[in-house]
Ligand binder design. Structure first.
Ligand code: 3NM
Length: 216
């Protein structure tokens, strides 16, 4: 097992970038989150040229260094170009087996799932983790659908042995319920990147998640 993949078992807070919501820019957000102790970063960029994406992705890869896993959302070409640690893909993106062929056996592949059936299938197909979504209603992703609630996490967690990462509408008020619900890790996009102080917000999420896990 490569060392980056073994980090997957230890992550608490997972940063997904959003240049549309960011106050200080994607590169600054990554720098602050990694400084705060975030150990996994997903570069999610839906606009701009491929060339600009590759330039930005390589800057982010450097910031992640050996400290944090660096994944690219959707764009397997960009992930390959910058030698990212892997990709995060959705149900309608490239099938996992083809992504695996392109990326090779050592890279990390995460898949978005919405229910137990999709989670079991993701593990069977060779995903390294699932992103379970959306936990709560969110306006960050317009087509995310209705929140499934934190009480839905446990059944998914119990059905698979790969990490379950919760996403969608998670903030400081509801994140304890997400961890208590059984998530290994969680993503909070707007609650972090809309803040003036991404480092402080990330640290605060990490502290709360760790304390909640210790109390369980
Ligand atoms: N994917 P926030 S929800 C990127 O449901 C993303 O698959 C989702 O943003 C899904 O933390 C989402 O601001 C956005 O709610 C999450």
């Amino acid at each position: 097992m490569n060392t980056k993949r073994s980090l997957l078992e230890m992550i608490d807070f997972y940063l997904v970038t959003d240049s549309g919501l960011s106050k200080k820019g994607t590169v600054s957000d990554v720098k602050c989150a990694v400084a705060a102790g975030c150990r996994i970063v997903q570069y999610r960029e839906k606009s701009g040229s491929t060339k600009d994406m590759i330039l930005e992705a390589s800057q982010i890869k450097k910031l992640c260094g050996n400290e944090a896993i660096f994944l690219v959302n959707d764009r397997i070409d960009v992930a390959l170009a910058v030698e990212a640690d892997g990709v995060h893909i959705g149900q309608d993106d490239m099938p996992i087996d083809i992504a695996r062929q392109l990326l090779g056996p050592d890279k990390i592949i995460g898949l978005t799932v919405h229910n137990i059936e999709e989670a079991i299938e993701a593990e069977r197909e060779g995903a390294d983790y699932v992103g379970l979504s959306p936990i709560f209603d969110t306006s960050t992703k317009k087509d995310a659908g209705n929140g499934i609630g934190p009480e839905s996490i446990r059944a998914v967690k119990d059905a698979i042995s790969i990490p379950v990462i919760a996403i969608g509408g998670i903030n400081k008020e509801n994140c304890v319920s997400v961890v208590r619900g059984g998530a290994d890790s969680l993503v909070a996009i707007s609650a972090v990147v809309c803040s003036e102080d991404v480092e402080r917000e990330t640290r605060s999420f990490i502290d709360t998640i760790r304390k909640t896990k210790l109390d369980m």
